[in-house]
Design a protein around this ligand. Structure first.
Ligand code: CP
Length: 292
C-alpha cells in the first residue's frame, strides 16, 4: 500500500510505471474492471473540486471499488471537527484508502504518518497536485512520445499554483525544459525555473496556461481581468503565433477571456478536454498502486 503525496519525492521509474499503467487502462475495452472489489475508497474534499473529485470517483468505480464521498461543506467540519479527526473517523469505519484535497500547505505528510491507510493527494494548498501533473505528463507523452527535450512554458499565477510545482518537479526528472512566465507579483523564483517573457514563452512546445486563482489572492493582485488578459493571457492573436506542432493546456477550471480566450478552449491545438479525459486512466493507475 502506497500513498501518493507528491511528485517531488517520487522517482522517475515510479512515475513512468504509473503512466504506463494508465495507458493500459486507457486501452482496456471494458468500462468496469473489478480488480478492487471489496475495497472502500473515501474521497475527502476539504476544498472545492469538479474534475479531480469526479474523475477519482469514475476511476474508483471503473475498478470496482466501493466509493464514499465526503464533502467538508456538509460534514461535521462545519461544527469545528479537525481534518485529522475526520480522516481518523473514516479510517475507523474501515476505508482502505483516502483521496484528500486540503486548503492548507504542509499538513498532508504529517497526516499520512498518523493514519494507517494510504492517502492520495488530490491537491494541497499551493504545494502539489500530483495526479494533475501525472495526467499532464500523460497528455504530453501521448502527443510527443518523449518528454526529453520538450520545452514547456507554464504561464500565469505560478505563485499560487500547485499544478506548476508538481509539473516542474516531474517534468525535469524526464529532461523536459520548464520555463515560467508570470506577472512580477505571481512569480515564485525560489522554484528555480527560468522566468521568461510572454513572447519567449509562446515559442514552447507546450503552452500551459494557469487559472488566475482569485480565491487565493490578496486584494489588488490584478488590476482588472482585461489588463491581465492583455499582458499575460493567451489571446487569439498570441495563439496565432505558437508553433503548428505546439499544444495548449490548462488544468481547468478556466477563466474564459482572462488567462485564455474563449475561442481557444476548444481550438484544434488545445488539449484541455483531452487532459480531463486522461485524468481517469491516470487516477485508475494511482488508486490501483495505492491498494496493491
Ligand atoms: N484541475 C483541477 O484540479 O480541477 P478541480 O479543482 O475542478 O478538481
Amino acid at each position: 500500500q502506497k500513498s501518493l503525496l507528491g511528485l517531488k519525492e517520487l522517482g522517475r521509474g515510479e512515475i513512468e510505471s504509473i503512466l504506463n499503467r494508465a495507458a493500459h487502462w486507457e486501452s482496456h475495452p471494458e468500462k468496469v474492471n473489478p480488480v478492487l472489489t471489496g475495497k472502500f475508497v473515501a474521497n475527502m474534499f476539504f476544498e472545492n473540486s469538479t474534475r479531480t473529485r469526479f474523475s477519482f470517483e469514475v476511476a474508483e468505480k471503473r475498478l470496482g471499488a466501493e466509493v464514499l464521498n465526503f464533502s467538508a461543506a456538509v460534514s461535521s467540519v462545519q461544527k469545528g471537527e479537525s481534518i485529522y479527526d475526520t480522516v481518523r473517523t473514516l479510517e475507523s469505519m474501515g476505508i482502505d484508502a483516502g483521496v484528500i484535497r486540503l486548503k492548507p500547505n504542509g499538513i498532508l505528510a504529517e497526516l499520512a504518518e498518523k493514519v494507517n491507510v494510504p492517502l492520495i493527494n488530490a491537491g494541497d494548498g499551493n504545494n502539489e497536485h500530483p495526479t494533475q501533473a501525472l495526467l499532464d505528463l500523460y497528455t504530453m507523452r501521448k502527443q510527443f512520445g518523449d518528454l526529453k527535450g520538450l520545452k514547456v512554458a507554464i504561464i500565469g499565477d505560478i505563485l499560487h499554483s500547485r499544478v506548476a510545482r508538481s509539473n516542474l518537479w516531474a517534468l525535469t526528472k524526464f529532461g523536459a525544459q520548464v520555463v515560467f512566465c508570470a506577472p512580477p507579483n505571481m512569480q515564485a523564483p525560489e522554484l528555480g525555473a527560468p522566468i521568461v517573457s510572454i513572447d519567449e514563452a509562446l515559442k514552447a512546445d507546450v503552452i500551459m496556461m494557469l487559472r488566475v486563482q482569485l480565491e487565493r489572492h490578496e486584494s489588488g493582485m490584478i488590476k482588472s481581468a482585461e489588463e491581465y488578459r492583455q499582458q499575460f493571457g493567451l489571446t487569439v492573436e498570441r495563439a496565432a503565433r505558437i508553433a503548428p506542432h505546439a499544444i495548449i493546456m490548462h488544468p481547468a477550471p478556466v477563466n474564459r477571456n482572462v488567462e485564455i480566450d474563449d475561442e481557444l478552449v476548444e481550438h484544434p491545438q488545445s488539449r484541455i478536454f483531452p487532459q480531463m479525459q486522461n485524468g481517469v486512466p491516470v487516477r485508475m493507475a494511482v488508486i490501483e498502486r495505492s491498494l496493491q
